[in-house]
Each structure stands twice: as structure tokens, then as C-alpha cells.
Design a protein. Structure first.
Length: 444
């Protein structure tokens, strides 16, 4: 509903204003999570020299990506902890705790002394901070996704939940943009010594703003109904394993292509362009910034279309496009031509948009409200820990073992085939149906 002002214009109602505020609060934490995660990957070449001995640059980079992957080991544990808390105490409290952990861990990364000053303890502290970030991220994605789906009108669930992917992409833009700005303003010694830390510290004030907003979130009507009907589950994971095993496996299968694409196309690409293709750091970040900025509006546009044609057609198209275009795109990049690199990245990211726009809603729609947070968190976190977070490490290792710069394409193509098989054989499209525990009338 809207209100008419004295001038005759139409103003948003207080309820709509509150909803928009809650949507911003729900997605701000997701923005910060991906800003921090992508920032670590963006600055991996510099971090590798700061926190590890630099005798062997490839070994130092592999060590850095190994610690990058440690955060994904923490994700399943964070998923179980935050999922249980979110399904028992509510989405608001769990999301608030998740963003607080992320802010603290990011601050620690930004202020930890380098290897030259404290030796091996630099890597130990970095390891611990990344693990804490993983705990936070384990609850963030599922919590924000569940919240957005439960707050959305029935026929706009993909559009609402697509703001999760959109905010993730904006976090990528912010990380790449700030990295490119620092690279342009600072000399290489200053960037290597202290400049990269500014990018991490910049997230701290915004994180506390996000915490304040989340502490004032409105709880979702669906979870309020669960509370009112006394349907809160004491052990969500046990309930999922007893009654929702098939949906859990389907959710993991859907996540395979989604997570590999996200971490190869978004997080790893600046490092790939720098270390493999041979571009300078600033140019690689600028290309990443431009292409991701073009990708951002494609996500809600694809989600809007999905609310009309369904989830399965969009994700199948994304899998097919990823399989068809990844190898040629990486081949185009090998020559080092900036224009061709930009085109190749745009093709990959627009293919990914058809998937990323739909996947958050698709996962949340598989489970009832009483276990949704835990189920989405665990299915997503386990798959990301196994396949997504390790993607930069595996890609670097594949290139080193095979000697070909297009080796990451085979990893991505295999992931897209796995998800395609799940979509064709086991996935149930709920785009035009009510959520599992909603009465059918709500889907009208």
C-alpha cells in the first residue's frame, strides 16, 4: 500500500519502508561477507609475500590459497551452529551474530603483523581469522537467503532472493574497485607493506552499521508462524537427515556449478589474470571491476524472468552456457589482449548470472520453514567447502601440474555437468508453487 501526500504524489507506506530497510539489512551482511572473502583472493599475491617466506612464489601462493580454503572448512560447522540457532531463535538473531563474527575476523586480518615481524605466528593468526570468517559465512548465506524468500511475495521469490547474489556481486565490485584504486594511488612497496590492509579495515565501520541494522530486523512472518504454532524443531539437522535427505542431496547438487562458477569467475579471476596471463595487478582489478559491474544488473533481470518461466529452465541454460563457453573464454585470455579478456569475462559472468539469480530461491524453496535455515546452510556450506572454496587452490595446482593456463576450464565444465544431471533428473521446480509449509492460497 502507498500513502498520498499533500502535493498529490504517492509515497511509500510505512510498511513498505520497513520492508525495504529489512531487505537492506539482510543483504548488507552478505555484501560484507563476499567483500571480505573476495578481498582475500584479490590480494592473495600480496598476502602470500607478507605472511609466508618468499623463496618460492608458487609455494607461497599455494599456501595463501590453502588458508583461503580454511575458511571453507569452517563453513559446515558455522552452518550447523548458525542454522540451529536461526531455526530455533529466529533469523534476526542468527544473522546479527554472523555479521559480528565477520567484522571481528576482518579486523584481525587487517592488523596482523607480517611474517618478517612475527614469523610463523603471522600465518597462525591469519589461519585462525580465516576460520572464524568461515564460521560466519556458514550462517550468512543461508540466513539471508531464507530471510529474503520468507519476506517475498509468492510470485517474486527469485527477484527478492536475487539480492543475495546482487549484494555478493556488489561486494566483489567494492573489493576490486578499492583494490584498483589503491594500486593506482600507492607505489608497489607501499601496497605490499601496508596499503592492502586499508581495504580490510575499510569494512569494519560498515560491519558495525550492518550489525546495528540487523539487531533491528523484523522477524519473518513464516518464522513467526512456526513459533505461534509451536513447531520449532529442537534438533534441525537430525530432522533434515530423517525427513529431507532427498532435498538435501538435490540442494548440494544444485550448488556444485553455482559455487565453482562463483569462486572461479569472481574470486580467482584477478589472480588468474595477474599470475597466469601476466597482466599487472591494477589492470587485472580494473577488468574485474568493469565486468562484474556489468554483471550486477543481469542478476535481478534473470531472477525476474525466472519468476515467470521457472527455476529449472534458467539453471539449465546457465549450465549449458558455462560448459560451452568456459574453455573458449580462457583460450581468448591467453593472448593478453585487454579487449578480448573483457569480452571473455563478460561472456562467463553473463552465463553465470542465469544461475546465480535463481539458485538462492531454488534452495530455500526445497525445505519447510522449521528447518530451512539449517538445511540450506548445511547443503550449501558442505558443497562450497568441498568444491568452491578450494577452486582457486585446485586451479593453481592444475595449471602447475599440466602446464596449460586453460586447465581451470575442465574443473568448471565438470561441475556444470554434475548440476545439469541433478536438474534433469531430481530437481522439482517450485517457482509457481507455495513454499513446502504454506497453504496453497498463498501462491495466488
Amino acid at each position: 500500500m502507498t500513502d498520498t501526500t499533500a502535493t498529490g504524489t504517492t509515497a511509500p507506506s510505512p510498511a513498505n519502508k520497513a520492508r525495504r530497510k529489512d531487505l537492506v539489512a539482510a543483504t548488507l551482511g552478505n555484501f560484507l561477507e563476499h567483500y571480505d572473502f573476495v578481498l582475500f583472493a584479490v590480494f592473495a599475491p600480496i598476502i602470500s609475500t607478507s605472511f609466508f617466506p618468499s623463496d618460492d612464489p608458487t609455494a607461497a601462493l599455494l599456501n595463501t590459497f590453502a588458508i583461503y580454503g580454511v575458511a571453507f572448512v569452517g563453513r559446515p560447522l558455522g552452518a550447523a551452529l548458525f542454522g540451529r540457532y536461526g531455526d530455533r531463535a529466529g533469523r534476526r538473531k542468527s544473522l546479527s551474530a554472523a555479521v559480528l563474527l565477520m567484522v571481528v575476523a576482518t579486523l584481525i586480518i587487517g592488523i596482523t603483523p607480517s611474517y618478517d615481524r612475527i614469523g610463523v605466528w603471522a600465518a597462525v593468526v591469519l589461519f585462525t581469522a580465516r576460520f572464524v570468517q568461515g564460521l560466519s559465512a556458514g550462517g550468512e548465506m543461508a540466513g539471508s537467503g531464507s530471510y529474503l524468500v520468507e519476506m517475498a511475495p509468492p510470485r517474486r521469490r527469485a527477484l527478492f532472493s536475487s539480492w543475495q547474489s546482487t549484494s555478493s556481486s556488489l561486494g566483489q565490485v567494492a573489493a576490486s574497485g578499492l583494490g584498483a584504486l589503491l594500486a593506482a594511488l600507492l607505489s608497489d612497496p607501499d601496497m605490499d607493506g601496508w596499503g592492502w590492509r586499508l581495504a580490510f579495515l575499510a569494512a569494519v565501520p560498515l560491519g558495525f552499521i550492518g550489525l546495528y541494522m540487523r539487531l533491528n530486523l523484523m522477524e519473518t512472518p513464516r518464522f513467526q508462524a512456526v513459533l505461534a504454532e509451536n513447531q520449532v524443531v529442537k534438533a534441525p539437522i537430525a530432522e533434515i537427515l530423517r525427513h529431507h535427505r532427498h532435498a538435501l542431496l538435490v540442494a548440494m547438487g544444485v550448488t556444485v556449478a553455482w559455487t565453482i562458477s562463483a569462486y572461479l569467475y569472481l574470486a580467482y579471476m584477478p589472480t588468474y589474470l595477474t599470475k597466469v596471463i601476466g597482466l599487472d595487478f591494477g589492470t587485472a582489478l580494473t577488468i574485474n571491476l568493469v565486468t562484474v559491474a556489468a554483471y550486477v544488473p543481469a542478476v535481478p533481470a534473470a531472477a525476474w524472468l525466472s519468476d515467470r518461466v521457472g527455476r529449472r529452465p534458467m539453471m539449465i541454460a546457465g549450465c549449458l552456457a558455462t560448459f560451452a563457453f568456459t574453455y573458449p573464454a580462457l583460450q581468448l585470455m591467453r593472448g593478453g589482449d585487454i579487449g578480448l579478456i573483457v569480452v571473455a569475462n563478460l561472456v562467463l559472468l553473463l552465463s553465470f548470472a542465469t544461475f546465480a539469480s535463481v539458485a538462492p530461491a531454488s534452495l530455500s524453496e526445497l525445505f519447510p520453514t522449521r528447518v530451512r535455515y539449517s538445511a540450506v546452510a548445511v547443503s550449501y556450506a558442505v558443497t562450497v567447502a568441498a568444491l568452491g572454496g578450494t577452486a582457486p587452490f585446485i586451479s593453481t595446482l592444475l595449471i602447475d601440474m599440466t602446464g596449460t593456463p586453460v586447465a581451470p576450464a575442465f574443473y568448471m565444465m565438470a561441475g556444470s555437468l554434475v548440476t545439469l544431471c541433478v536438474l534433469l533428473t531430481a530437481f522439482r521446480d517450485r517457482a509457481h508453487r507455495p513454499l513446502p509449509d504454506e497453504p496453497a492460497v498463498t501462491a495466488r
